[in-house]
Design a protein around this ligand. Sequence first.
Ligand SMILES: [Cu+2]
Length: 156
Amino acid sequence: MLTSLSIAVRLWASLVTGLLSTLALAQGVSVTDSWVRATVAGQQATGAFMKLTASQALRLVQAGSPVAGLVEIHEMRMDKDVMRMSAIPGLDLPAGRSVELKPGGYHVMLMQLKQQIKDGETVPITLTFQAPDGRKETLEVKALARMLSQPSKHGH
Ligand SMILES: [Cu+2]
């Protein structure tokens, strides 16, 4: 299931971005369970979450989306009992180990939203990965927007 999903993502990405990306993707990173927290009207920012598994060590160095004017890679962590969110320059993906972006942890932050993101919509997100030798590859994922009825778990 995970394999077929990752193949589907790769096929889809190669269809969209063409032959160059197909070659670059030989290095292999799979994205599963991607989703975006749906927004209410007027909301300026939201988070995107997913599981990333790279077959070789890679670093997620950039993310972009047509629905957002500014996209950053963020981490959340506890700092003296306060949950803080900050941009990080990149997120390391160790070979063969999946790294989960999830509420309360790492996430792709979509800011300066150009539109409301409604429950059930798909949001294209382009991820750029860098290999240890400096080569970069991009992968486009379609994240499903989900409206959560509960506030995020890390709140008090
Ligand atoms: Cu954030």
